[in-house]
Design a protein around this ligand. Structure first.
Ligand code: PLP
Length: 441
């Protein structure tokens, strides 16, 4: 990467600046748009820069962005401009990646369930494919044997489940003994069968693993990569030098949802990789990464007006427009996905009153639609604004259609040296007409 190093990591002052500008410019309005998502595009650039720097060295590394973390096409386009590739897991994300302008050879197609048509399309385009299981491998054999199919430029790998155990969030742990993902490396006979699969298929040249997402420590992730590297060395040992061309080491770096720090950072992860998987970054193998949450989460926040406040059984409750439709994981699994919330007045200025324990509730019609319980915050009043922090990945970009709540707009923000905030649309708000159209109205 050349040019000056971006330094705009988010923090309270910067968020306040963006929020105040959003109110002033009418992007947040109590009647017209009481809920909106924001992504600090300068912060994204700074994070991508940190990622590229951390992996600098002799190995050729392609950093792909896991599209599911934020699949808005303008976000993907920005990441492409910053030099990333894209990891997709289905025809929708593949279409979004292509629309964002990623070259097919910089797209990786992972998914535990791919139809024959999807596989054929990926092979026709030259998109890289990671095969999930033995049946999918047989399916690719069939497609490639079909002489009417044009010769493919796709690089093809196999996803390994290194079975090294899970992290603190079960639903995010993909390398447990019985995980649904990949070929279970430690199961009886599978390592030998994998070596044989490479022997029989000259087009099989990559190995892939993705140990998990939030909740997995960098050490656990690096151990999974080490097991995959061990298999690559075994295949090369039995079948010849450089039979395995590259390793796709997945994503999954956890995010600190409790502070403004990027902790652990990419540099710390690379250090763990050097310890557990020495040689991975020596240049012997090409490397692909697939980070999602760690690239976007901390660059985003979600802002919502407080419509009403009340007290029930002695508990102060603020009823806002941000609930399960934009914070699905937090609402359904609050212990695994707590979010920081900041309180602002109607101008967007941060409130600094005496903290009072409050529930911050969403608009959906079920009792659990709370984004925070008994949270000490300056007492919220109608017309105030709450900001849900660290929601740039898997939150507003991944809405849930409960109660037919409309999908809010998402805005990109950049701040120039003189403090001027400029917004660009990342997704327009869903309208009632869009909703009726989708629901047969
Ligand atoms: C979800 C996913 C990622 C990204 O995970 P993050 O935790 O968002 O970094 C990468 N690779 C695969 C295969 C995934 O399923």
């Amino acid at each position: 990467m050349t040019g000056p190093r971006p330094t705009a990591f988010p923090g309270p002052a910067r968020r306040e600046l963006v929020l105040r500008a959003a109110v002033r410019q009418g992007l947040l309005d109590p009647e017209e748009s009481p809920l909106a998502g924001f992504v600090d595009l300068d912060a994204v650039a700074a994070t991508v820069d940190a990622l590229h720097r951390a992996f600098e060295g002799p190995a050729g590394v392609l950093h792909t962005f896991a599209a599911k973390a934020n699949s808005l096409v303008p976000v993907l386009r920005r990441l492409r401009d910053l030099g990333m590739g894209c990891e997709v897991a289905g025809p929708g994300e593949l279409a979004q990646a292509l629309s964002a302008g990623f070259a097919p050879e910089r797209i990786v197609f992972d998914s535990p369930a791919k139809t024959r048509r999807e596989l054929r399309q990926a092979l026709d385009l030259g998109v890289a494919i990671n095969v999930d299981n033995w049946q999918e491998l047989a399916r690719i054999d069939e497609i490639l044997a079909d002489r009417t199919a044009p010769e493919s430029r796709s690089t093809i790998g196999v996803r390994i489940n290194p079975q090294i155990g899970g992290g603190s969030v079960d639903a995010m742990s993909t390398a447990t003994t019985t995980s649904k993902f990949g070929i279970a490396l430690a199961d009886e006979g599978n390592a030998e069968r994998l070596v044989a699969a490479f022997r029989d298929r000259p087009w099989l040249t990559w190995l892939h693993c993705h140990v998990g997402s939030q909740g997995c420590s960098p050490d656990l992730m690096a151990e999974g990569v080490a097991a995959t590297l061990g298999l690559a060395r075994r295949i090369d040992g039995e079948l010849g030098h450089r039979r395995v061309v590259g390793l796709d080491i997945g994503g999954g770096l956890p995010v600190d949802f409790g502070s403004d720090r990027a902790d652990p950072g990419y540099a710390a992860y690379v250090e763990r990789l050097r310890t557990h998987a020495p040689g991975l970054l020596s240049g012997e193998f090409r490397v692909v990464t697939e980070f999602g949450r760690s690239v976007l989460a901390k660059a985003g926040f979600t802002a919502a007006y407080v419509e009403y406040t009340k007290s029930s059984g002695g508990r102060a409750i603020a009823l806002t427009f941000a609930g399960v439709q934009v914070a699905t994981r937090t609402v359904f699994a609050p212990d695994a996905w707590p979010l920081r919330i900041s309180a602002h007045d109607a101008t967007g200025a941060e409130k600094h009153g005496e903290p009072v324990e409050q529930d911050v509730a969403g608009p959906a019609c079920f009792a659990g639609d709370l984004v925070a319980r008994a949270r000490p915050l300056p007492l919220l009043e109608p017309g105030d604004i709450v900001a849900l922090l660290d929601t740039g990945a898997y939150y507003t970009s991944t809405p849930f259609g409960y109660n037919s709540l409309l999908e809010p707009a998402v805005h990109g923000a950049t701040v120039s040296a003189d403090g001027t905030v400029r917004f660009s649309p990342l997704r327009r708000a869903q309208t009632v007409e869009d909703l009726l159209d989708r629901t047969g109205g």
